[in-house]
Design a protein around this ligand. Sequence first.
Ligand code: ADP
Ligand code: F6P
Length: 324
Amino acid sequence: MSKEVKTIGVLTSGGDAPGMNAAIRAVVRTGIKKGLSVKGIYRGYAGLLQEEISDMDVHSVSDIIQRGGTILYTARCEEFKKPEYQQKAADICRKHGIDGLVVIGGDGSFTGACKLANLGINTIGLPGTIDLDIACTDYTIGFDTAVNTAMQAIDKVRDTSTSHERCSIIEVMGRHAGYIALWCGIANGAEDILLPERYDGDEQALINRIIENRKNGMKHHIIINAEGVGHSTSMAKRIEAATGVETRATVLGHMQRGGSPTAIDRMYASIMGARAVDLLIEGASNRVVGMKGGKLVDYDINEALAMKKDIDEYEFNVSKWLAR
Ligand code: ADP
Ligand code: F6P
């Protein structure tokens, strides 16, 4: 069992995600309610190395649960991948009395958290990413908001696409993971979904379907393309040339990472934040909190990082069965 924790820190790292503020608020308020001192660390591991650390009180996190982004800011920090900087960060934690740390981010951030845990700082990870690409959990903070944002935007593109009888390629985020594309594909009733995990590059098959659907009187053709497949603009030009159907590309971009979090993201981020604090109080370290079958779970970070996640085959098939 690890030593008793008196002061905890919280930081956000990697890409921001709606609901991170709800998680920060839950860490701060649960910590204070349970008699701990809580410090906010700004700009992820980069800010930790610069000692950008402030005391938090219950008011520090007022009026943030409804806001996207992260009040602690976030960063990517290459230096932190080196052992000497990890040692420096652990020393800084000790200097500030931080004996427990909550890291809100993705797999990269958890790898960093694990290094700090190995250096004696009790550390808990919370899954914060719009990509849903963390294997140990069914839910990641921000995905629900991002997928709803993308879905609403795609509905709007569809209106104009149908009016002009066009084909539309809509690019959603996900460099390595196609979950936003898959969910939008089903939720928006797309004709085609291109996922980095599944797309075989067979553009001729896409072209054939567009031509076939046109012959059958279809007025639009929505292709949802994940960022990891990319090249939407050049693909649109090639498809237009091959099919004779006017084709436009829309890249939704970072709008998907912002905005007020949904109830699901506020709720789950809040209970995960509280759970992270409880784990630290129980003496746990090197754990990541997740959600499985609607229940909170936690795993050793190394075990969590070794888990593999792939697109659900049945969901992927459903997306095809429901498309024309
Ligand atoms: P995410 O946490 O969303 O996966 P990144 O992969 O960009 O995002 O990682 C965020 C940060 O976590 C990195 O900028 C770095 O500071 C830290 N990190 C990533 N990989 C490692 C690693 N192998 N060792 C230590 N720290 C890491
Ligand atoms: O946070 C995840 C994510 O939005 C991915 O979907 C995307 O590929 C990446 O981050 C973009 O990161 P950035 O533009 O912030 O470097």
